[in-house]
Design a binder for this molecule. Structure first.
Ligand code: GLN
Length: 444
């Protein structure tokens, strides 16, 4: 909290700080030591939580005015697991409203600033999660990633961010954006910390119908530093047009290092990549329009005081409670799901999603990991991409295909462009986080 007091005025990563409860939790943990009870490896470590993960009795807003005063009555599964792992929750972190955005500028409450350069965005939507770790306010944090929201801010803030395989981490208690794409994952300062945290939050959960019943391996054991004979695929679509020269160079430099460590690499093609952005925005907005129907002024949070009848109450609550970007997505999603357009848009996008997934499967028949940049540029300036949603959307072009395919991917720091951090993205096979960590750790 001392460190937070020093830097938070500039970084603005937190929406809610919970010092009183954190101190009480830490004190309770002290008791355990006094009684000599065996403790977890994460014992006593301070963590920050993205504000779309529900925390019992601790305000959870998803950075939306519609949830401004929402105190959840239960803990998300990942929070229960963190309590079991004896971490201490420090507070809730800023984000783009309902995780829709790439810069934190869509937060309903405030902007977060990049600790490396306060004129720049921290990335998004888990911008607070990445900035708080980069600024040393917490040791690690949880974010969520629907189309890049863990990896892109990790890249912009020079920290490590992992989007696990879809189904590895329970989504119970994650405020849903696009349920078929959302995953919770860890943001940390190094790869080893990241693996410890993932191990603590992963695992089957009967409260999430898409949770996978798989064994969670010992990720740390896989970090031998030995990647001899490992086969790396580099998609040509990930180094093409729109990718900044310094970004491209940092990836080529990273490949030299990986080669020196004994891996080999070849260029491959993920031919349907060019459709990923359109597919993602149709599907994620469709799912969002359904998920966000629950915010109607009756069951959760804000209710407009200005309405005179029920229908007006629904309308005014949503009009006043949601921000611009959220409304844009709800409208696009409602349109794509409407009877006359369902086949032409939603169903078509589902089919293209399958083709994108098959692109990955084909490459993984011959290669162990796919490597490329996390984002096409370093952190951009505040306000630089807010006028045109399409330029903002384009920033996620390299992360979105991974969510559509459901595979795991990490972003690790790989250099700088004029003092701004860059991230290397390492993508693995379904449930093969071990190999992703192994490569990231050897490279780091
Ligand atoms: N920036 C992307 C979007 O706005 C991804 C967000 C995310 O991963 N939650 O949808």
């Amino acid at each position: 909290y001392k460190r937070i007091g020093e830097v938070e005025g500039k970084v603005q990563a937190f929406l809610t700080l919970d010092e009183e409860n954190a101190r009480a939790a830490a004190k309770a943990l002290d008791e355990k030591v006094i009684q000599n009870k065996p403790t977890s490896k994460l014992y006593g470590l301070p963590i920050g939580i993205k504000d779309n993960i529900v925390t019992k009795g601790l305000r959870t807003t998803a950075a939306s005015k519609i949830l401004e005063n929402f105190d959840p009555i239960y803990d998300a599964t990942v929070i229960q697991k963190l309590k079991h792992a004896e971490t201490v929750t420090i507070g809730k972190l800023n984000m783009d409203e309902f995780a829709m955005g790439s810069s934190n500028e869509n937060s309903g409450f405030k902007k977060t600033y990049n600790p490396w350069n306060l004129d720049r965005v921290p990335g998004g939507s888990s911008g607070g999660s990445a900035a708080s770790v980069a600024a040393g306010e917490v040791l690690f944090s949880l974010g969520s990633d629907t189309g890049g929201s863990i990896r892109q801010p990790a890249s912009f803030c020079g920290v490590v961010g992992m989007k696990p395989t879809y189904g590895l981490v329970s989504r119970f208690g994650l405020i849903a954006f696009a349920s078929s794409l959302d995953q919770i994952g860890p943001i940390t300062r190094n790869v080893e910390d990241n693996a410890f945290l993932l191990k603590a939050i992963a695992g089957y959960d009967e409260m999430d119908s898409t949770s996978a019943n798989v064994d969670i391996p010992d990720y740390i054991a896989s970090m031998t530093g030995d990647i001899k004979g490992l086969r790396i695929a580099v998609p040509k679509e990930y180094l093409g047009e729109g990718v900044n020269e310094e970004v491209r160079k940092s990836v080529m430099d990273a490949l030299v290092i990986l080669e020196r460590l004994g891996a080999t690499w070849e260029e491959v093609s993920l031919p349907h990549s060019k459709y990923a952005l359109a597919t993602y925005y149709l599907l994620s907005s469709s799912e969002a329009s359904a998920n966000l129907a629950r915010f109607d002024g009756v069951r959760y949070g804000y209710r407009s005081p200005n309405a005179e009848n029920l229908l007006e109450m629904y309308k005014m609550t949503r009009e006043e409670g949601f921000g611009e970007e959220v409304k844009r997505r709800i409208m696009l999603g409602t349109f794509a799901l409407s009877a006359g357009y369902y086949d032409a848009h939603y169903k078509k996008a589902q089919k293209v999603r399958t083709l994108i997934k098959q692109d990955f499967e084909k490459v993984f028949e011959q290669y162990d990991v796919i490597v490329g940049p996390t984002a096409p540029t370093p952190a951009f300036k505040l306000g630089e991409n807010t006028r045109d949603p399409m330029t903002m959307y384009a920033n996620d072009i390299l992360t979105i295909p991974v969510n559509l395919a459901g595979v795991p991917a990490i972003s690790v720091p790989c250099g700088f462009d004029k003092g701004l951090p860059l991230g290397l993205q390492i993508i693995g096979r379904h449930f093969d986080e071990s190999t992703v960590y192994k490569v990231a750790h050897a490279f780091e």
